[in-house]
Design a protein around this ligand. Structure first.
Ligand code: AMP
Length: 279
């Protein structure tokens, strides 16, 4: 695996590969890699001859400085993991290389970035779109994989690609989970053993809400019950638990529930976790 820290040498390398007729697959990440990330690389393999992963903890998408500071960084281990899935290239730039000057560009995705994560993390999706736009322009991939774990992010990137006419096919990848159901996340490493056990409530709440919805229970009762249940668990603080249409995340409930997605964000101890489940 070749490792690039600078933009220009990476561009030259990829230009060579492209001129040989090789298609480029791209998997952007913030590192602290786990099986979920590796699954994105595997999912890209069938559609691309040369796979580029990036590791960049993007400051402009963090609205909480302590979250940015505490974000796990495990580059040496990440490199070893990427080798196990035969990743061809790692792009791991410095902040100064990606942001020579402070970012002045801002994105507004209408309703899409005002609800759910956007409501609790103002500016987050503008930062995500900024860095993904930069990375797309640097790597110029044919395909790029994103996880459904970050469901709203996937919608934002889909909109970004459509509106800015990036010639990139997006590959959505289902969420990889631990055996007890907890969605794999780089942030899980920050949970204490007790909090790690508690964190299974995210998946349990989603699974039981989905079942009750399919059984005909109305959404507002389900939502209230989850809020009550979670409020009684020590170390758990629910931010939101919402049902939305899976295509555009509009909050109106006037749709067939089977087209819905349930999304939630929750603090477990000091760690903010998100998860979702298609109905
Ligand atoms: P991150 O490093 O958290 O920014 O994630 C990088 C990419 O990996 C994003 O497209 C995420 O949605 C995806 N991802 C993170 N966790 C998982 C998971 N458990 N299963 C599948 N994809 C994931």
């Amino acid at each position: 695996m070749q490792i690039f820290k600078e933009i220009q040498p990476l561009r030259e390398h990829l230009r060579h590969r492209r001129s040989e007729g090789v298609s480029i697959g791209f998997v952007p990440t913030m590192g602290a890699l786990h099986e979920g990330h590796l699954e994105l690389i595997r999912a890209t393999r069938g559609s691309a001859g040369h796979i580029v992963a990036s590791i960049f903890v993007n400051p402009t998408q963090f609205n909480n400085p302590s979250d940015l500071e505490k974000y796990p960084r495990t580059l040496e281990k990440d490199i070893e993991l990427l080798k196990t899935v035969s990743c061809d290239v790692l792009f791991a730039p410095e902040v100064a290389g990606m942001y020579e000057k402070p970012a002045t560009i801002h994105f507004d995705f209408g309703q899409l970035d005002k609800v759910l994560e956007g409501k609790f993390r103002p500016g987050h999706f503008s930062g995500v779109a900024t860095v993904v736009g930069k990375l797309f322009n640097i790597v110029e991939p044919d395909v790029a994989a994103f996880g459904q774990k970050d469901y709203q992010q996937l919608q934002v990137i889909t909109r970004l690609v459509e509106e800015l006419k990036f010639n990139i096919r997006l590959i959505p990848v289902p969420t990889l989970r631990e055996p007890d159901g907890l969605a794999m996340s780089s942030r899980n490493t920050r949970l204490s053993p007790q909090q790690r056990k508690t964190a299974v409530v995210l998946h349990q709440s989603l699974a039981s809400a989905r079942q009750r919805l399919l059984d005909g229970t109305d959404w507002s009762s389900i939502q209230k019950d989850v809020q009550t249940t979670l409020s009684k668990i020590a170390d758990v603080q629910l931010e939101y638990f919402e049902l939305a249409h899976r295509n555009d995340l509009t909050s109106t409930l006037e749709f067939d529930k089977r087209e819905g997605v349930i999304l939630m964000a929750c603090n477990v101890g000091p760690v903010r976790l998100i998860d979702n489940m298609l109905v």
